[in-house]
Design a protein around this ligand. Sequence first.
Ligand code: SF4
Length: 200
Amino acid sequence: MSYEEGDITVVELKRYAYCPRILFITHVLHLDEVVSEAMEAGLEQHDDAIITPIVAKLKALRVLRSIELRSELLKMGGKPDYLIITRNKEYIPVEVKWASSDKGRVRWDHKLQLAAYALLVEENFKTTVKRGYIYYLKDRRVAGLVIDEGLKNLTRRIVENIHKIILEERDPGIVSPPTRCVNCGYKAYCRPGLKLRRPI
Ligand code: SF4
């Protein structure tokens, strides 16, 4: 399945969670991210065997790897790392991240990403997705997430907002704290003079 003109990707929800302005910078101003060594490390590939314990725990009947999904309703596409289908015909998205968990829980940006995959799976497989998992490579933890209607609705609203930023060229402005901007790949264009004071 291929994406269509005007589609956004699930990865863009993760970026929005980091900072909505990134969407304006990339889609309206068409500027590229300045990629640091740390970011490149995060792009490293992982071995499929890493999710074997999750597959066993969920009693998977099938595991689909990097399946391309698209939502006509949301004008959004995405490829979950894994989609597990259990013996009870439950569909469960699973992601592997080169990051640490939030003290054993799924991080906010990854919650949105899992919920977005859930919406794609629901539309494509005519099912209801109730949960997802993230394997965090840095602290070697598996964090589960209940994907309820509240989170799905919030995700739908954010997708709508992203489309508005792009179509109406709406600059959301600087809404992120400076601590986040310091590690942002768009700082050079967005907040070039920003320096954090060292604690005394
Ligand atoms: S520098 Fe800060 S405000 Fe600008 S895009 Fe990055 S996180 Fe957002």
